[in-house]
Design a protein. Structure first.
Lengths: 338, 507
């Protein structure tokens, strides 16, 4: 791995400090800059099995969401959860597992302005970027609203136009968007271990798994974010009718996904047609999931965001790679055996 | 100089009276399993047979220390089939001694006909038949891919559930049938990456190499007509017996219990599997074949969970303990925390190593049936006695002092009493300080009797002639002159919960 030379590290720290100051309100708020990714990059792989220094609530009833969604805090201060944190007026119900630099969240935010969404990422620096990016977006929105308010009251506006978009930066907004990015946030977490610490039974309506680390080596396959064991956990936090979205550019991983929802067997044959075959996958985890049809995917705007607005999807498009989408609907729990 | 005796690590009481047979106490100590007639304390069988004492003396203290140490950790190279017969190299010299040094768990099937045991170093689940005269006959041995941490049987007694260090739970039939390999051959490996998915110069170069190698392998195969076994097959595919991965945590599992609750009227009882892990979780899943349906998560511990217990007479209640100095009482089917008990300052750094539910219909000392919960912390010579109240809360009744660290506990019928196995080797309340020499007589088992005292129940250590016979017969010798390293290996095999705490805190 390349180790940053001292000068590079210093520049990184300096830059991150500045970005932080800007969003904490010390800087000049009229020209809010979005953070630049190059100062937040981190090795693409993290070991999900090691004990990282992680913050996670004892249980979902202990989670402090109020600091993440200040615009959605319940006005009644007497309403608190088990850790004494203020409650929200609604529950978080969309999760992007392995949100990376947060492209999906930013893309979805105006699409579902009344839905609280959270991105979860195990890499510290990358998560720092997501938090800075969201803070900057929220600040820009506030400024835009202030300008708009100024214009509508007929006062002459001497505020300069929006700052120029930074060279390698994307995503600065020049228009007011629904929700003002108040409905998205990012959290550092290892979801393979601690998803049930954050979300209660049937709390979520959508889970996204976008361009997961493919862990090409067979020895590393157990680190993959999709497995039958983990799919059981996703089913626990997802409500019946809820959707689990997956997208990958690795064909082999796409088949891995289908196989671990029991929609394909080891030989790559489709479980639907092979129902009569002796080795066709039946029962098991497939009891809980229904593969969503292509027509339905076409009509789903979330699929479009997933395919074209995440950082990774843009990279794949640039490299003319393939994108494989598989979406599963959570079925109701099966009947107990009688 | 006399030797220490290996303490009993795991005890099980097998009721067989309804079959007209005498009850049996099964106990593991060192690398052996012992069977005793419960009524008399007479030893019925030892498995495997004790090695001749003369050969042990001949080998001298040095090689004794060697065979006490667990075999070196090695990467699995051979298939489990050949490995079952194979003995680790250092053991070949002393071919009479088996390849494991301890047996952490023994179980008995509900019908009393089978015994299941785990041998530690070879990660092997062994099933025995228990004959009418109390002899053990090994029926099967199955090597698991990862170290099993907890075993239980399903309520029908037909399936073994095995929770392992990597967080996976496997189900295995108690009596393995003929195993037909589902996948006759594995397809030659082809890189999953393509030039569409990797882009950096270095990655492209290694992809090119991989493709070339795959091509070469294919050619070689065609030329020779021989199929080379694929090296990187998932390990579970290498198991040569029927097994199924039924659920998994991404964390080391510490305990597993299989519970049955009555279903709604007119329907069958509902089976559940409760699993506890090193990351503070207790998960409630449905039983087989719906173990992928997670019903609840009981979250409240702030350190590893080490033991869970559902009292036989109150199947809705779960008592859990771990490394946070707490006992939590749950209504587990609702995921509802009922009570939080602080174990007290003196136990703050200890890990709960045992929670036992004791139910005696005909106890000696009192006339009424006795129900009690016992709790022990790792490396402690005290037993905490709780009563489970009608509102499903625990009340501490008293603390019972034993002569050594408590290792396991079991209730016996006729006369109704509790038998506790204690550590004879180490000083009480120490996990690493050995006694200067064996006491005489060495107490391996102690008996507890219940007494009604001013309306409440007290337990006290009592004389028991059958236990005196077991204690006098001893188990197997453990040298008093082992080197520090060998001692530590034995200590760590017995007291390992403290080591499962999370220590490294890196990003």
């Amino acid at each position: 791995m390349e180790t940053p030379v001292p000068g590079k590290r210093q520049a990184r720290e300096e830059y991150r400090r500045k970005i932080k100051e800007q969003t904490e309100g010390d800087g000049d708020s009229s020209a809010v800059k979005l953070p630049r990714k190059r100062f937040f990059r981190q090795r693409a792989h993290a070991n999900p099995f090691s004990d990282h220094r992680l913050d996670y609530p004892v249980s979902p009833a202990h989670m402090d969401w109020a600091s993440h969604y200040p615009a959605f805090v319940d006005p009644d201060p007497s309403k608190t959860n088990l850790s004494g944190a203020r409650k929200l007026t609604r529950e978080v119900e969309v999760v992007d597992i392995g949100c990376g630099f947060g492209g999906l969240l930013v893309g979805l935010a105006p699409l579902l302005p009344d839905t609280l969404m959270v991105g979860m990422e195990i890499r510290v620096s990358v998560l720092d970027y997501v938090r800075s990016r969201i803070s900057a977006l929220r600040l820009q929105q506030q400024n835009l609203k202030a300008i708009a308010a100024g214009n509508s009251t007929g006062q002459p506006s001497d505020t300069p136009a929006m700052p120029d978009v930074e060279d390698d930066e994307i995503g600065s907004t020049t228009t007011i968007v629904p929700g003002n990015y108040e409905n998205i946030t990012g959290i550092r977490a290892n979801t393979m271990k601690f998803l049930p610490n954050f979300f209660a039974h049937h709390q979520l309506s959508k889970i996204f798994v976008c361009f997961p680390d493919p862990h090409f080596k067979a020895r590393k396959h157990k680190a993959r974010i999709i497995s039958e064991s983990l799919n059981a956990e996703y089913a626990y936090v997802l409500r019946p009718g809820g959707l689990l979205y997956t997208i990958t550019d690795v064909e082999e991983y796409y088949h891995w996904v289908l196989r671990h929802f029991k929609y394909e067997n080891e030989d790559g044959e489709n479980g639907e047609n092979g129902a009569e075959q002796t080795d066709a996958p039946t029962g098991g985890i497939r009891d809980l999931w229904e593969l969503v049809s292509d027509e339905e995917l076409e009509a789903d705007p979330c699929v479009q965001v997933m395919k074209f607005e995440t950082e990774e999807s843009k990279k794949v498009t640039r490299n003319k790679g393939n994108k494989y989408v598989a979406v599963f609907r959570r079925k109701a729990d099966p009947e107990w055996p009688s | 100089m006399a030797s220490f005796q290996h303490p009993f690590r795991s005890l099980k009481y097998v009721k067989r009276q309804h079959q007209g047979l005498s009850d049996v106490l099964i106990a593991s100590a060192g690398r052996h399993i012992y069977c005793y007639e419960a009524e008399s304390g007479r030893r019925l069988d030892v498995w495997p047979q004790h090695v001749e004492i003369s050969s042990k003396v001949a080998s001298g203290p040095k090689s004794t220390s060697e065979d006490q140490a667990p075999p070196e950790k090695r990467r699995k190279l051979s298939s489990p089939e050949t490995q079952a017969e194979e003995k680790p190299t250092e053991e070949i010299l002393n071919s009479k001694s088996p390849s494991w040094t301890n047996i952490p768990m023994v179980l008995a099937s509900p019908d009393g006909k089978y015994v299941v045991a785990l041998t530690a170093e070879d990660k092997c689940i062994r099933v025995f038949s228990l004959s009418e005269d109390g002899k053990l006959q090994e029926l099967s041995s199955r090597n698991m891919p990862k170290k099993p941490c907890a075993l239980d049987l399903t309520p029908d007694g037909q399936t073994i559930l095995c929770a392992d260090k990597f967080g996976d739970v496997y189900s295995l039939p108690l009596i393995p049938g003929e195993y037909v390999k589902t996948r006759a051959q594995v397809k030659a490996s082809k890189p999953a990456a393509t030039t569409l998915t990797v882009h950096s110069k270095r990655n492209l170069l290694s992809l090119e190499q991989q493709l070339r190698q795959a091509e070469r392998a294919e050619k070689a195969e065609k030329a020779e007509g021989v199929e080379k076994p694929q090296e990187e097959v998932e390990e579970k595919n290498m198991l040569n017996f029927e097994h199924q991965l039924i659920l998994g945590h991404v964390s080391m599992l510490t305990d597993l219990i299989s519970v049955s609750l009555p279903g709604p009227s007119g329907s069958r009882p509902r089976n559940y599997i409760l699993t506890a892990d090193r990351d503070e979780h207790i998960r409630v899943s449905r039983g087989i074949p719906q173990a992928h349906v997670i019903e609840q998560q009981c979250l409240g511990h702030t350190s590893l969970v080490s033991k869970i217990c559902v009292p036989s007479w109150a199947p809705n209640v779960l008592i859990s303990g771990g490394g946070d100095g707490l006992l939590l009482v749950w209504n587990w089917s609702e995921g509802e925390l009922l009570q939080k008990i602080l174990l007290g300052d003196s136990f703050q750094d200890s890990v709960v190593s045992g929670i036992w539910d004791i139910s005696l219909d005909q106890p000696v000392g009192t006339r009424d049936p006795v129900r009690a919960i016992f709790v022990n912390l790792e490396g402690s010579s005290q037993l905490l006695h709780y009563s489970l109240e009608s509102d499903s809360t625990l009340t501490l009744q008293d603390t019972i002092q034993l002569s050594g660290n408590v290792l396991d506990l079991v209730s016996m019928d006729l006369p109704g009493s509790v038998v506790v196995s204690v550590d004879t080797v180490r000083e009480p309340n120490c996990t690493d300080t050995w006694k200067s020499g064996p006491a005489s007589p060495q107490i391996l088992l102690e008996s507890l009797r219940a007494n009604s005292f001013e309306g409440s129940l007290k337990w006290s250590v009592a004389e028991d002639s059958k236990l005196a016979i077991i204690n006098a017969a001893g188990t197997s010798d453990l040298s008093t002159t082992l080197e520090a390293k060998a001692r530590k290996a034995i200590d760590d095999a017995l007291y390992n919960l403290g080591n499962t705490r999370k220590k490294s805190y890196g990003d």
